[in-house]
Design a protein around this ligand. Sequence first.
Ligand code: NAD
Ligand code: UDP
Length: 323
Amino acid sequence: MPLKRILVTGGAGFLGSHLCERLIEQQHDVICLDNFFTSQKSNVVHLLDHANFELVRHDVTHPIWLEVDEVFNLACPAAPGHYQFNPIKTMKTSVMGAINVLGMAKRCHAKVLQASTSEVYGDPEIHPQPESYRGSVNPIGPRACYDEGKRAAETLFMDYHRSNRVNVRIVRIFNTYGPRMHPFDGRVVSNFIRQALHGEDITIFGDGSQTRSFCYRDDLVEGMIRMMNGPDDFIGPVNIGNPGEFTILELAKQVIEMTGSKSKLVHRPLPADDPTQRQPDITLAREKLGWEPKIKLRDGLEKTIAWFKTVKLEDFRAPTPNY
Ligand code: NAD
Ligand code: UDP
């Protein structure tokens, strides 16, 4: 594989930092661009001495001027609590961020991959969700800043491709977990593990019968890299996720069992527009990329719990209004 200069926007985040590591392992030159809205420098500090790594503090809502061969566009708050913190900024990050990376990719003839999401399917009426399903998003609800922002970004990617021949890829990522999740991001895996390890009540939203399909970080990043390196006539969108589907109650019980926690389960109101079920149909990823997840929930949770045991919670910063 020829060595490339690769930009990862959102590269200091949970998924972005692991992607940067993988690309450096492959000897590529990596530029990590981030405004640290939802991440910590500690996620990438171990890469700073590496000759192939550069870190740029920048906000993707402003134009980017770099010369690169490829772009992975991950910059965007991803957890509901994070993306609802400043919903207008979330929409700007998705839409203006897409315009800025696509404009840059057009100028320097770079290939650009968009980290889209299963949220484009909203609260789905079709199960599992294939890429052909057009979704059921509430455009005026509290999740819309993220869901509609990501849908608009997909539109921009397709239009830059059709109108300006930009070489694009779109992956739709389903719930992914692993080490370096922000312990206070409010996502279900990070909440449950943090609560279980610290003897706090485990908060089940609603009756816990809603489902999610959880993919381990390393499987997900492998899928993204395969998509970037795949044939130019397969631009997606392609679902990347683990079809193993669990209720939230099942997840809570598994986390309690694996941590040996004495935490109690407590019920809290279900947030508005919370999808009732979600499972990726990964037929396309299997066929076109030869990709499927390898890491079972129990094994992934084991690694994630081990990482959560090593972190100091006081080192993690909540999003601030400065962004
Ligand atoms: P994350 O919050 O850890 O990472 C996002 C990164 O983007 C952070 O480092 C944050 O500081 C940065 N960022 C946010 N706004 C920015 C801006 N305006 N300019 C520059 N940087 C900015 O979340 P993650 O889970 O690693 O998600 C990465 C990407 O994958 C996101 O685009 C997200 O929508 C997508 N995704 C993730 C999941 C998942 O389950 N983890 C699911 C679907 C989609
Ligand atoms: N959830 C929960 N307790 C929590 C956090 C989340 O029951 O402490 C539920 C949430 O209502 C949703 C599911 O877990 O049904 C997944 O939530 P998450 O925020 O991780 O991801 P998303 O809803 O974006 O898929």
